[in-house]
Design a protein around this ligand. Structure first.
Ligand code: FAD
Length: 533
């Protein structure tokens, strides 16, 4: 450990003080832990943290923040580390990663006043499981990575994903610790009443801390509105040969406003699903039980299963270039079915071929899949996704631009055996794409940690493929230029996507920069995120 001088003390002194406050086991300084916690899925590197701390309470976060900031060390919050935009990858030397994984308690579920309060390190799947037996839920279920991804990380990245809307739609307020140790309550939490009121009972500060990537403070708690569960849910899937028709279908369905989820997949994922071993008998039974258990009635669950399940799993997707999947929630099953009928009408009019809706049916019954299955590609290839969101009217322009990009770089991609795909999504009346690059490589320790045993066996002895990795990184960086030219915005800005360049004027940036000084006078909260130093 280097003993370089901080503002007021050395790193070793700071670490000793942190150990005194948090307990020795919760201040980690071994090289393996430091490297692991400083890596994300972007494959790009920053600095390595000097320490990883694991506070268990808001008070401990505040005490630790005070110690770090008075020592001049940067504070970098980390949830589950499921990002690919360098959000928690330290930029400066002498950074302390604040790992929120011990703050994983659900504090309150109140079905009289309809809210839930959770600590920032709670994973979305935990919320889903805790509410499963109740008549209430948060209609936004969390990001696809929600098996481990946390509420704090979701707020930092403004996550979208499964269910209806995005993280903001049901957010009532948060608790946040500033770099100097002040503890702030926002939105409906700000009155101090244990029952949160309106988020906007006056000016609301919550928004300042959403999608800030942790630039302004460390979120320690969040309160969300609970909503009565839908009385019925309906599913549809369609196959498309033509991308433009898929995109038109998705945009037209979005304008209709009845669906909770509208997604599109392309051939790579059709091949990937087909290449996976079929579920074992016990896995199949578990899926059946979950589908029946989460359907509006037992009869409906059985009916959906009979209409959707095929002995060959989802191999039928292989016949199509693209697939479209819709989920409609309704006040009751009848209203859900009526909404779905309208969606089906649009898809048919666009030439879509009706398919068994097994994918959305299974995903809704058990929304959160293991991370290794999601982040690695066929035969365990490594992948890096990007995302870009535009208004519905620019959806075609965006997808055509991406197609041109792939064509322009096809020789390079062939040379390094890079593959690609793109997922399509609608979120809050915006159209989004998620282009993904795949290559064969030795997985880094973060990737390795999320692999399942089969993937681990497959990849254990794979050698590093630096050239392909560097090509993937470079191509992904070039995508940023394309997104910028097409006026796209992004989820999970982190230290990767352009933010300042997307603002209409420098005045907005100046104001933000001044806010940074007010909220984080030493400018020690996650330096570099959003471009704020
Ligand atoms: C397989 C896979 C699927 C994904 N699917 C989706 C998806 O559907 N939708 C989507 O939006 N994203 C998705 N992502 C990206 C990412 O997983 C999500 O954005 C997720 O919300 C990140 O949560 P996390 O807990 O892992 O946060 P981290 O990655 O640990 O952190 C994210 C950012 O928030 C900051 N942060 C973390 N915790 C706090 C806190 N308590 N206080 C202040 N700042 C904090 C970090 O510094 C960082 O800037 C996916 C990623 C993977 C690997």
């Amino acid at each position: 450990m280097t003993d370089r001088q901080f503002t007021n003390c050395t790193i070793d002194t700071l670490i000793d003080r942190l150990k005194g406050k948090l307990g020795i086991p919760h201040v980690l300084t071994d090289q393996k832990t430091l490297t692991f916690h400083s890596l994300d899925f972007s494959e790009e590197t920053g600095s390595t943290a000097s320490a990883v701390i694991q506070p268990a309470t808001t008070q401990e976060v505040a005490e630790a923040a005070k110690l770090c900031s008075s020592a001049g060390a940067a504070l970098v919050p980390r949830g589950a580390g499921m990002s690919y935009t360098m959000g928690y990858v330290p930029k400066r030397e002498y950074s302390v990663i604040v790992d929120l994984s011990r703050m994983n308690r659900i504090s309150v579920i109140n079905t009289d006043d309809l809210f839930i309060t959770v600590e920032a390190g709670v994973a979305w799947k935990q919320i889903h499981s805790a509410l499963l037996e109740l008549d209430y839920w948060i209609p936004f279920l969390g990001p696809v990575s929600g098996m481990v991804a946390t509420v704090g990380g979701g707020l930092g990245n403004n996550c979208v994903g499964l269910g209806k809307g995005d993280i903001n739609d049901y957010l009532l307020g948060i608790e946040v610790v500033l770099s100097d140790g002040r503890i702030i309550q926002t939105g409906g939490r700000a009155t101090g009443d244990p029952i949160p009121l309106l988020r906007h009972f006056g000016p609301d500060l919550t928004g300042v801390f959403v999608h800030d990537g942790g630039a302004f403070g460390i979120k320690t708690k969040a309160t969300f509105r609970l909503v009565h569960r839908p009385g019925g849910t309906s599913f549809a899937s369609f196959g498309f040969e033509d991308r433009e028709r898929l995109v038109s279908t998705m945009c037209e369905c979005a304008r209709l406003g009845v669906a909770s989820e509208l997604t599109g997949l392309a051939r790579y994922h059709h091949r990937q699903f087909a290449s996976e071993p079929p579920p074992t008998k016990s896995e199949r039974n578990a899926i059946v039980q979950k589908i029946i258990g989460t359907s509006s009635s037992r009869w409906r669950g059985i009916r959906d299963l009979l209409r959707s399940a095929r002995p060959s799993g989802v191999k039928f997707l292989g016949a199509y270039e693209y697939s479209f999947h819709a989920v409609v929630d309704g006040f009751n099953q009848r209203t859900a079915d009526r909404g779905l009928a309208a969606i089906k009408g649009i898809a048919k009019k666009q030439g879509g071929k009706k398919l068994p809706p097994i994918l959305p049916l299974v995903m809704r019954s058990d929304p959160f899949q293991p991370i290794g299955r999601l982040i690695q590609g066929i035969q365990g290839s490594c992948s890096i996704p990007s995302n870009c969101v535009v208004p519905l009217s620019r959806a075609h322009e965006l997808t055509e631009g991406l197609e041109r990009f792939w064509q322009e770089h096809s020789a390079t991609m062939q040379q390094h055996a890079l593959e690609k795909t793109c997922n399509y999504l609608i979120s809050n009346d915006m159209f989004g794409i998620e282009p993904i690059l795949f290559w064969r490589d030795k997985p880094n320790p973060l990737r390795f940690s999320v692999l399942n045993p089969t993937q681990k066996n497959l990849l254990e002895n794979t050698s590093a493929n630096l050239e392909a990795r560097q090509t993937a990184i470079k191509l992904r960086r070039k995508l940023l230029i394309l997104f910028s030219e097409l006026g796209g915005t992004h989820y999970g800005i982190g230290k990767y996507y352009r933010y300042r360049q997307n603002l209409q004027s420098e005045d907005i940036w100046s104001l933000l920069d001044e806010m940074k000084t007010v909220l984080d006078p030493g400018r020690l909260m996650n330096p570099g995120v959003l471009g704020l130093e």
